[in-house]
Design a protein around this ligand. Structure first.
Ligand code: DOR
Ligand code: ZN
Length: 369
């Protein structure tokens, strides 16, 4: 068996990486946007910003305006974060905007947005799959003319890969989507770049490995760290509820192998999805895990546990831009080994938001820059 150097080297106390990007974030809008955007911007050079606002971002004008609001919110953000005093260089952060696909969106609008440098990619939400997806696509054949254009102009398609049929068990929805939709879509559009977002199953990881080079996938920190037992054994934990839902342990193990195994098709995408505490701790709680505040630390924990810290940089900072055809970032970020206490809650404008790892201790911390 091949052995890598890190297995023999002492564990490092500092880890400097090329500045990473987050290929899947929900920044929201208004006060919440103002409260959360700096967490992403202090770690990441760029982030793919999801368009599932209410109403969703379906036009070039709406995306331009949203991008302005993001940059304005960042400019207003307090300079110092939390109690640790650490702050990254937020001024260079670039939000990459996406277009929310609907059954009747015009191929011209999507293509114009890409050509004008506004839409980096387009997002396919199957209708009613998740938060603010009611206007999503009811049948992928309805948008074949859009996908045709995207393929022609090299614009990536980002997919929330779950079926929404009432008779399909929630734990099977990703695997059934692969069989019913994803396989055919990839076959029908052989040159279209497709990102299978936030994969949660062994089936999805294997599909991506076996697919052509045009197919990549993002993997979240929470799907690498928790399985459904963590969410449900000994009490129900609403802050671990997200979509696609966390699966069996065997799937988590497969995702850890995929993320840390060195295959360049897999890259970092946190799916950080802030919701007010009272919207999660309630009779019918919202889906979404707010992991932006300690995202890089969480990935570092997983890569270290898998003896793969030497592969973190490729996953976090290289595979994504290469897939998208964008330059790698120039700057760096440094993680240092330190006790890093995660607060129970963080301010989210008018509301409180509970972060992933709330109340626990992490062993890496983003260093001041
Ligand atoms: O858990 C999730 N939250 N999954 C999604 O697909 C959407 C996201 C959100 O926007 O809250
Ligand atoms: Zn998402």
């Amino acid at each position: 068996m091949e052995r890598r150097m890190t297995q023999f080297s002492p564990a490092p106390d500092r880890l400097t990486l090329r500045r990473p990007d987050d290929w899947h974030v929900h920044l929201r809008d208004g006060d919440v946007l103002k409260a959360v955007v700096r967490y992403t911007a202090r770690q990441f050079g760029r982030a793919i910003v999801m368009p599932n606002l209410s109403p969703p971002i379906t036009t070039v004008a709406a995306a331009r305006a949203y991008r302005e609001r993001i940059l304005a919110a960042l400019a207003e953000s307090p300079a110092v974060l939390g109690g640790d005093g650490a702050v990254g260089d937020v001024s260079a952060f670039v939000p990459l905007m996406t277009c929310y696909l609907t059954d009747d969106i015009s191929p011209d609008e999507v293509a114009r947005g890409h050509q004008e440098g506004v839409f980096t990619a387009a997002k396919l939400y199957p209708a009613n799959a998740t938060t603010n997806s009611a206007h999503g696509v009811t049948d992928v054949r309805n948008i074949y003319s859009v996908l045709e254009r995207m393929q022609e102009i090299g614009m990536p398609l980002l997919i929330h890969g779950e079926v929404t049929d009432a008779d399909i068990d929630i734990f099977d929805r990703e695997a059934v989507f692969i069989d019913r939709t994803m396989s055919r879509l990839v076959a029908d559009f052989p040159a279209l770049k497709v990102v299978f977002e936030h994969i949660t199953t062994e089936d999805a990881a294997q599909f991506v490995v076996d697919a052509p080079e045009t197919v990549g996938a993002t993997i979240t920190p929470h799907h690498l760290e928790i399985s459904r037992n963590a969410m449900l054994v000994g009490g129900i934990r609403p802050h671990y509820y997200c979509l696609p839902i966390v699966k069996r342990e065997r799937h988590r193990q497969a995702l850890r192998k995929a993320a840390t195994g060195g295959n360049a098709k897999f890259f970092l995408g946190t799916d950080t999805a802030p919701h007010a505490r009272n919207a999660k701790e309630t009779g019918c709680g919202c889906a979404g895990i707010f992991n932006a505040p300690h995202a890089l630390e969480a990935y570092a924990k997983v890569f270290e546990e898998e003896d793969a810290l030497d592969r973190l940089e490729a996953f976090a900072s290289e595979n994504g831009p290469r897939f998208y055809g964008l330059p790698l970032n120039e700057g760096t970020v440094t993680l240092e080994r330190a006790q890093n206490a995660v607060p129970e809650t963080l301010p989210g404008g008018q509301v409180e938001i509970v972060p992933f790892h709330a109340g626990s201790m992490l062993s890496w911390r983003l260093a001041s820059s």
